[in-house]
Design a protein around this ligand. Structure first.
Ligand SMILES: [Zn+2]
Length: 214
């Protein structure tokens, strides 16, 4: 039985009571969790387990392994309070969803170029495309479309497409339905103002960077 991923149905939850499932040296598993582990380009949360900082969170199959410091003293069956760094998580959720919107807009309006990379950190989101020429020419138009989707404050629905396989999606009615196992906002307006920028152009490869303005 793998960990119950409470960060999916409750992506705004900052604390959770849980139980230690297994302990293998510095690595532990839990019965339930709100601490996201790197997946789909979204970085792991910073968090604590029973007051101990999580040094790493790694998803293997459906399980999540949390690494704690030496001498953590936890054993299987212990009750622990989990916390996450909420300002960081919320920032990641905004940048993650801004990247989702930008990707959908680029796919549908600019010939569905191949995406060859994606990464979301606290500073920015980036999307890399196989692209001849410069992406600079589309940025003003893309920025306007992004601004409109955010201003229209669309509701975002997230759910399982296949609960047994833990396959998730997000959907904006009339816009898109996309498979993704990240944590998603409830409304596009939460993203707030964004700035799009071209960077690091290489031959046949273009990078779109997304920054939060606040
Ligand atoms: Zn996503």
């Amino acid at each position: 039985m793998s960990v119950d991923k409470v960060f999916w149905p409750a992506p705004y939850q900052r604390e959770l009571e849980a139980r230690v499932n297994t302990v293998d040296g510095n690595q532990i598993t839990l019965d339930r969790t709100i601490i996201f582990a790197f997946s789909g380009g979204q970085q792991s949360d910073d968090g604590t387990i029973g007051g101990r900082p999580v040094l790493a969170a790694e998803k293997r199959g459906r399980e999540i392994y949390y690494t704690l410091a030496d001498g953590h003293g936890l054993k299987a069956g212990d009750g622990v309070r989990l916390t996450i760094d909420w300002p960081l998580r919320y920032r990641l959720m905004k940048l993650h969803f801004a990247a989702e919107l930008a990707l959908e807009l680029v796919y549908r309006n600019y010939g569905h170029p191949e995406r060859i990379g994606a990464n979301i950190t606290a500073d920015k989101a980036r999307l890399d495309f196989r692209w001849e020429g410069s992406i600079a020419s589309i940025i003003p138009d893309l920025q306007a479309q992004m601004d409109r989707l955010i201003a229209e404050d669309h509701p975002i629905r997230s759910d399982f497409s296949d609960p047994a396989a833990e396959q998730r999606y997000w959907e904006i009615e009339g816009f898109a339905r996309v498979a993704c196992g990240g944590t998603h906002l409830q409304r596009t307006g939460e993203i707030g103002p964004v700035r799009l920028k071209r960077n690091n152009p290489g031959k046949g490869k273009e990078r779109l960077e997304i920054f939060l303005k606040d």
